[in-house]
Design a protein around this ligand. Sequence first.
Ligand SMILES: [Zn+2]
Ligand SMILES: [Zn+2]
Length: 329
Amino acid sequence: MRAYVLRSPGQPYEKADVDVPRPGPGRALVRVRAAAVCYRDYLAWQGWQRVRAPIVPGHEFAGDVVEVGEGVEGLVPGDRVAGLVYEYCGECEQCRAGKPYLCRSRRVFGEDLDGAFAEYVSVDVKSLVRLPPGVGYEAASFAACVVATVVRGLEKAGVSPGSAVLVTGASGGIGIHALQVARAYGARAIAVTRPGKEQHVSRYADVTVTTPEFSEEVRKMGGADIVVESVGRPTIGQSIRSLKWGGRLVLIGNVDPASTEMQLGLLILREIDLLPAIHAGPRDLEKALRLVAEGKVQPVYTTHSFEEVPGLVEAMPRGGHVGRRVVVP
Ligand SMILES: [Zn+2]
Ligand SMILES: [Zn+2]
C-alpha cells in the first residue's frame, strides 16, 4: 500500500510501498478515506514527542472497515468509522475510571503505532466509533483530536448556557471548532485571532478580538467564564487576565514546547482552575460526531492530495491556514 514512513525524527517523510497490515484479534483493518494534519504531527516529526521510528505517521482518520480480526463483535466490513488518536488497554486503573485517554499503556497512532498517512491502518476496535449517517469522512477524520477534545474540555470546565467562552487561536483547527462547540452548549463565544483572520472566525463567534493585549478588551465586556487555550505560551498570560474570578482555563494546545511562566499569585487570588485536556474517549467522540450530524458543529477544513502531506506537516508552525487540512490517501 502507499504510505509515508518516518525513519527518524527530523528526517523528511519518505513515501514508501508498505505491506497492508493484518488485523489481529480484537482489531479491524480500516481503509483510510481521510486523514487530517495536526500540530502534533509536526512536534512528533521534530522529535518533541517520543516516536517509535520507523513508523507510519498520522493520528487523525476516518474510513471504512474492510476486515476484522478474531473475536470482533459489533463492527463488520463496510462500517464507516472514525478513530480515536490512541489505543488503550481497557483494564488499568485509569481505563476502569473511565479515562482511557490517561491509560498507562496508551499508544498513539503515528508515534507508538503505525498511523493513518497510508491507505490502510490496523486499529483496536475499542478505538473506533461508527459514523452517524450524513457525516462525511473528511469532517469525521479530525473529530477525535479536535471536536471531541474540545467537548471534553468544555464539559470539564462546566460550560453552560450563557457562559462567556473565550477561544485563543480562533482560526486554527482547535479554535474554530471550539467556538462552535461552545455555542452548541449555549455559551457566548469570544474569538481571539490575528488581525486579518476576523472574516474567517466572526461567523462562528459572538465577538472577535484581534489585539495581542486582548485581556483589557475582554474584561471591559465583563470577562470570560472559560478560556479555551489553543495557542499556549504566547497567549496564556493574557488568557488568565481575561478570566473572571473563579474562571476556568482549559489547556488544549501549545505551539511552543518551551516552559512558560505563570503568575501564581494571580491564579490563587482569583481562584482560576487550570484544566488540561489531552485527547478524548469514545463517548466524547460519539458526542462530537453527533454535534456534527446535527449541524451544530460544521467542520472547517480544506482538502489536499496525499502528495501534499510532508509539505502540510512542515507548514504547521507558519499557521497561515484556517481550520483543519485533510488529505485523501
Ligand atoms: Zn491531532
Ligand atoms: Zn488502560
